[in-house]
Write a protein that binds this ligand. Structure first.
Ligand code: AP5
Ligand code: MG
Length: 187
């Protein structure tokens, strides 16, 4: 089972991914978590991408696709599948992903689109900035993350709708309610 979780910053992708992966025995693949770890460890990639993440822009497709290839190679056989949290983020990533999967005779089963309004996003991110102090949770940077989402990622909603694999979920309910709605729509 290959599931993609799409949604704006603060939609609850990470929160829901953890729960879905536990319930369905999937590998949780968060590109954001992997990239933040590279920055924390000051790796060669980390040093290259730190300013990009902190400005709320997308890291280059080449770097992302290398990480995706590695994860597909290492994790595809081990679990019941993979949940992609934060990938793909633009058309080029979506197209490259599709051809990688095609080569492996696999395809995306479902794309879950978590829908949350801007007011709620701001509220959640302001709270998380206090709790976790994530560098890109600054209000100015959030604006650019939201712009990048609208311009580059949001068009993928249409793409996957046309492929008939899109499920839109109201992400404005409680964590438990959203989780129930996701699990029910995957049944
Ligand atoms: P990424 O880490 O993917 O960040 P994001 O998309 O901005 O999303 P967040 O992680 O902020 O939010 P989330 O949807 O996971 O919500 P969460 O569950 O945490 O990407 C970060 C950066 O990395 C990008 O800007 C880019 O630079 C780079 N990057 C990543 N992937 C890339 C790619 N493929 N290509 C290129 N660059 C890439 O929830 C948020 C908060 O709300 C939490 O505090 C949570 O407790 C709370 N919350 C969650 N659900 C609820 C609820 N139902 N009710 C109330 N509060 C809730
Ligand atoms: Mg996240």
């Amino acid at each position: 089972m290959l599931i993609v979780l799409l949604g704006p910053p603060g939609a609850g992708k990470g929160t829901q991914s953890k729960k879905i992966c536990e319930t369905m025995n999937l590998f949780h693949f968060s590109t954001g978590d992997i990239l933040r770890n590279e920055v924390k460890e000051k790796t060669e990639i980390g040093l290259k991408i730190e300013s990009i993440i902190n400005a709320g822009n997308l890291v280059g497709d080449e770097i992302i696709l290398e990480i995706v290839k590695k994860i597909l190679k290492n994790e595809l056989g081990k679990n019941k599948g993979i949940l992609f949290d934060g990938f793909p983020r633009n058309f080029d990533q979506a197209n490259a992903f599709e051809s990688l999967l095609k080569d492996m005779k696999k395809q995306i089963n479902f794309v879950i689109h978590l829908s949350v309004d801007q007011h709620e996003i701001l509220k959640r991110i302001e709270k998380r900035q206090i709790d976790e102090n994530r560098e890109d949770d600054d209000v100015k940077v959030l604006k650019s993350r939201m712009n990048v989402y609208s311009n580059e990622t949001m068009p993928l909603v249409d793409l996957y709708e046309k492929k008939n694999i899109l499920k839109t979920i109201n992400g404005m309910k409680t964590v438990e309610e959203v989780n129930n709605d996701i699990i029910n729509c995957l049944k």
